[in-house]
Design a protein around this ligand. Structure first.
Ligand SMILES: [Zn+2]
Length: 412
């Protein structure tokens, strides 16, 4: 296959998209349904139309591009929302690589037995609801979950969607019939150090870790910081810090998974008040469902033990549970063949980060390609991948896509 992707065009698109939500630190803040995210999505729809493709925004805020009118399609996707101080490439690379593949196929008039689609899924990073867009597409969100969803500041999803011209009650109409999609491909930066340190340009993903998130709270008694003796305090923060220490010790003696407390809110939150309650954002991951369950029961037990020891109250509210997911062996096989044909070195690996592919893989044959992250850094302004690796990744995405659209013919 001699058709090549246009790296200069892709690079220009990535640089243009990076202007939406650009921070002085060099990072990007483009949280889902924020004004910058909406502006970026308008820009993306324009790009899709300019590439000669059909552009659509669905009721979940997903942006779609389509080439061809055949019933079934091969879909390439990712997301363009970011974490509050994220980088240029996470998600954006996969979406714009999808656009690049469709544009290359269209301008070279390559024959396809199927339609081709690209998508930017809404709220992959979970500002309001993890994988909102991809879960809407599969119809796996329920109305209560949507109505209850709020961001870190307590702003409701329903209101954010209304401000974006979307009605949260109509998310259900974003559902797609999975049988209409032959395969889903996602190119993504690795977001870890493995490929770079091994000097391997391509990762082919076998499984994606399961991710569980909780709000856990320690409640004690707010009181005067000067007159309450140290021995008579019910300090919620002492429980929270002990919890942090013990779950990290647990994971060191049970290696394989990861656990993070990424946010801590201390209430009422003043110099002169003993903390009355502390809320922690707890998240843990593992590629085995059994081990994930073990982590959950152990952490809850640790929380309850500490509360009992310190005279506090421990509560835990599970926000999300995403099972570990194995990707399609057939698609992995296709990507491996194409990697061999291109002569690129690759590694089969698991993904420690969550991706829309794990949602789609529940009902659609899905595959993922990784390119190295410089210094293994991601979700930060320093996030970077080298253009020579990106070129390989996108070329492999194009060749794998072409293989998939050509290798089967629809019976109907
Ligand atoms: Zn991502």
């Amino acid at each position: 296959m001699s058709v090549k992707i246009n790296l200069a065009r892709l690079k220009k698109n990535i640089e243009e998209l990076a202007e939406f939500g650009a921070l002085e630190t060099g990072g990007i803040c483009r949280e889902s349904f924020s004004n910058t995210d909406l502006a970026a999505k308008r820009w993306l729809m324009e790009k899709i139309r300019n590439a000669g493709l059909m552009a659509v925004r669905d009721e979940a805020g997903n942006i779609w591009g389509r080439l061809g009118s055949k019933k079934r399609s091969v879909l390439i996707g990712s997301h363009i929302d970011t974490v509050p101080e994220g980088g240029v490439f996470d998600g954006a690379l996969g979406v714009l690589a999808g656009l690049e593949c469709l544009e290359t196929i269209r301008e070279n008039k390559l024959p396809c037995n199927h339609a081709l689609e690209m998508v930017a899924f809404a709220d992959e990073e979970g500002a309001f609801l993890n994988f909102l867009g991809s879960r809407s597409m599969l119809g796996s969100l329920d109305a209560d979950e949507i109505s209850a969803a709020k961001n870190m500041n307590g702003f409701p999803l329903a209101k954010a969607m209304a401000d974006a011209g979307l009605n949260h009650r109509r998310i259900v109409s974003a559902r797609r019939d999975p049988s209409g999609i032959k395969a889903y491909l996602e190119l993504h930066i690795e977001q870890g150090p493995s490929l770079e340190s091994a000097k391997i340009p391509i990762g082919i993903v076998g499984a994606i870790v399961g991710i569980v998130s909780y709000w856990v709270t320690f409640s004690g008694e707010a009181n005067h910081a000067g007159t309450t003796p140290m021995t008579m305090r019910r300090d919620a923060l002492s429980g929270a810090t002990e919890f942090y220490r013990r779950i990290n010790a647990w994971i060191r003696s049970n290696p394989g998974g990861v656990v993070t407390i990424g946010k801590m809110d201390v209430y009422p939150g003043a110099f002169n008040i003993v903390p009355g309650s502390v809320r922690l954002a707890l998240e843990f991951r593992h590629s085995s469902a059994t081990r994930l369950e073990k982590m959950e029961s152990s952490f809850l037990e640790i929380g309850n033990t500490i509360a009992e020891e310190m005279g506090l109250v421990f509560t835990a509210d599970r926000l999300s549970w995403d099972d570990p997911v194995s990707l399609s062996n057939n698609i992995i096989g296709t990507i491996r063949q194409e990697t061999d044909s291109l002569g690129y070195a690759y590694r089969l690996m698991d993904s420690g980060a969550g991706h829309d592919a794990q949602i789609l893989a529940q009902k659609i044959n899905a595959g993922m390609i990784f390119v190295p992250s410089v210094g293994g850094k991601s979700h930060c302004p320093e996030e970077k991948s080298n253009w020579c690796d990106i070129e390989k990744g996108v070329q492999l995405l194009l060749n794998s896509t072409l293989k998939l659209v050509m290798e089967y013919t629809d019976p109907k």
